[in-house]
Design a protein around this ligand. Structure first.
Ligand code: PRP
Length: 202
């Protein structure tokens, strides 16, 4: 049995569709229930539906063999796992953004709102900064004067545009990755490698 941690939401739905096209399926997944564990007994696969920012933790602690996680959540989680595959899905970027008209002179201390405090600390490592950790709707922070800038994900750019914000700097490109638990991988190497190869091909 291979245990697979999927992120709840759009990315998880896409990845599940990929597994389905590879012949793995769990009917209940498609029935929009509140269930969090789905099984394909015949193929020996179990899917767990997990909050995207928690997928890396479940895999790192060895309760799932592999997981699908955005590179952003993976870096932020600072966990010790194997990164096996770039799925080239969920492509977006991590950016510093601010209100139209705001200019950071790079000298004065600034306040930064973000869901990603570790990424932010690393990016601004030589700078005097104050980080406000938020869990969503990050774009509101500069609008309401909670922060000067934000460090956040930009995909289509429409949230920025509709809120009169702009990208100042792109920090990194991001996409979905397949990660594996180091302990589970040492026991299930062949099975996991076979699955990863199939994911590369299909
Ligand atoms: C993410 C991100 C941005 C938005 C970017 O938020 O934090 O707010 O998507 O996407 P766009 O460039 O296509 O507009 P999410 O939708 O995950 O919701 P959240 O505000 O609850 O974090």
């Amino acid at each position: 049995m291979i245990d697979i941690a999927l992120p709840k939401g759009r990315l998880g739905d896409k990845v599940y569709a990929k597994f389905k096209s590879m012949g793995y399926s769990a009917d209940e997944f498609e029935q929009n229930t509140r269930k969090l564990v789905f099984e394909d007994k015949e193929k020996g696969v179990r899917f767990f539906l997990i909050k995207p920012s928690d997928v890396a933790t479940y895999v790192a602690r060895g309760v799932a063999d592999i997981g699908v996680v955005g590179k952003d959540s993976l870096i932020e989680a600072e966990v010790d796992v194997y990164e096996l595959l770039d799925l080239e899905m969920g492509k977006c970027s991590m950016c510093v953004c601010s209100l139209e008209g705001f200019v950071d002179d790079g000298k004065k201390p600034i306040t930064i709102a973000t869901k990603y405090p570790n990424v932010t600390k690393e990016y601004y490592k030589n700078r005097d900064i104050d980080i406000v950790k938020l869990n969503g709707s990050i774009e509101l922070a500069p609008i309401l004067g909670l922060s000067h800038v934000i460090v956040d994900i930009v995909e289509t750019g429409s949230t920025l545009k509709e809120n009169n914000l702009k990208v100042d700097t792109k920090i990194m490109d991001l996409s979905a990755r397949v990660i594996a638990s180091k302990s589970r991988y040492s026991f299930n190497k062949e099975e996991i490698d076979t699955l990863i190869r199939r994911m590369q091909i299909d």
